[in-house]
Write a protein that binds this ligand. Structure first.
Ligand SMILES: Nc1nc2c(c(=O)[nH]1)N[C@H]1C(S)=C(S)[C@@H](COP(=O)(O)O)O[C@H]1N2
Ligand SMILES: [Mo]
Length: 390
């Protein structure tokens, strides 16, 4: 009886784990953000639900564990699998719950939870694959296996899994999968290695600070874009416009934009998915300065931002838009803002989650009503205030 129960639990757990890993990887891969944007939020909740289910299955296993353990006797490999899986599920569960509620956690806690959640996944994927393959052969092809042989097989699975883990790390890095880099560098807060501006980009040279400002951000940006390939711009045709409820609509060339009063700030950057970059030095134009130049009409209550990628928008209430630290930087850590991170010019709203910080921003519009941004209409909270720092 127990045996059948165990077999059923094992099957449910296997399928559930497959869904967890697939949905988790889909949520993680930056290149899928645009294509899967409409289902991102529902998928996240399915993933959370599936995670809760896996903890439920673990709870159902507990009363059977003692008998199961006794039955395994000398099969060290099997025992190791059980311990490993239990550890994985508990680790995923704990970090998953922290991530689920990351908006109420200090940023450092959310960040570690994210790094560990990812690391456990990169370990589990090759292990589960190796386990599934060896188990398939054991059940179908080699029905009678002496425990010793079986242990060898499990050992092989372990070795394969470790090899896969390392290989994936290499591959992931090669493919520029950002989480892996973030994970391996979360401990040492080295300055960002900046990518140079793309060949032929006519935005060089930006008159960077002399001497360069800032000691370098701590942490790593995960490069996000909802469009692919990334947009490109040319300094000769690039324009920044201020329109809507203003006295003097503005159209600024790249030269004119750089001629605006420049300010510097050091601030932290938080993504709502849990990662952060600390102490980034941003240099550029204060949004309130631009608003004053254009002259905001009395009826205006919101500022809408348009990205030059043609897809991404967001908006801020006018009071927020006028805050000291809301700015349009084009220099980051003393160097021209790299194109993947929103260069030549992006928006920065340090006190809100970074989905408000529109990249490649090229136009702003003063409105008398709110505009729901790209991610807000796709399920991100309208309240983007960061509650906790640390
Ligand atoms: N145009 C545009 N701006 C954007 C996004 C985007 O996909 N496109 N992603 C937002 C989100 S969710 C985050 S966390 C930050 C990420 O900034 P980064 O790509 O420089 O790391 O940009 C924000 N601004
Ligand atoms: Mo984000």
């Amino acid at each position: 009886m127990t045996h059948r129960k165990l077999a059923r639990l094992h099957a449910y757990n296997g399928w559930n784990l497959l869904f967890l890993v697939l949905s988790g990887v889909i949520l993680f891969v930056p290149q899928l953000r645009g294509a899967l944007a409409p289902v991102r939020t529902p998928l996240k909740y399915l993933h959370i639900g599936s995670g809760i289910l896996s903890l439920g299955l673990l709870a159902l296993y507990l009363p059977l564990a003692r008998e199961h353990w006794g039955r395994m006797r000398q099969r060290v490999g099997q025992k190791a699998n059980v311990v490993l899986l239990t550890g994985l599920l508990l680790g995923w569960g704990l970090t998953g719950v922290l991530l689920w509620f990351n908006r109420y956690m200090p940023a450092g806690v959310a960040e570690s939870a994210l790094v560990w959640h990812d690391l456990l996944t990169w370990f589990a994927v090759p292990w589960a694959a190796a386990h599934a393959v060896t188990r398939y052969f054991r059940l179908r092809v080699l029905p009678v296996v002496a425990p010793v042989q079986e242990d060898r097989r499990v050992l092989l699975a372990g070795v394969l899994s470790a090899a896969g883990f390392l290989l994936w790390g290499r591959l992931g890095r090669g493919l520029g999968v950002p989480g892996l880099e973030g994970a391996s560098e979360a401990g040492d807060r080295t300055p960002n290695r900046l990518e140079p501006l793309p060949e032929g980009a006519a935005f060089n040279p930006v008159p960077v600070s002399d001497p360069p400002q800032g000691g370098g951000g701590k942490g790593r940006f995960r490069m996000y874009s909802v469009v692919a390939p990334l947009p490109t711009f040319d300094a000769r045709t690039w324009q920044f416009t201020v329109q809507g409820l203003v006295d003097r609509p503005l159209t600024l060339s790249w030269e004119a934009f750089q001629a605006l009063n420049r300010t510097v700030q050091v601030s932290n950057f938080h993504c709502v998915t849990g990662w952060s970059v600390y102490s980034v030095t941003w240099e550029g134009v204060r949004l309130s300065h631009l608003l004053d130049l254009a002259g905001v009409k009395p009826g205006a209550r919101y500022v809408k931002f348009y990205s030059g990628d043609g897809a991404y928008t967001d908006a801020l209430p006018l009071e927020v838009a006028r805050a000291e630290d809301v700015m349009l930087p084009y220099i980051m850590d003393g160097r021209p803002l790299p194109t993947p991170l929103g260069g030549p010019v992006r928006l920065i709203v340090p006190q809100m989650y970074a989905y408000k910080s529109v990249k490649w921003v090229q136009a702003i519009e003063l409105l008398d009503r709110n505009h729901e941004g790209y991610w807000e209409v796709r399920g991100y909270p309208n309240d983007a205030w960061v509650r906790k720092e640390g």
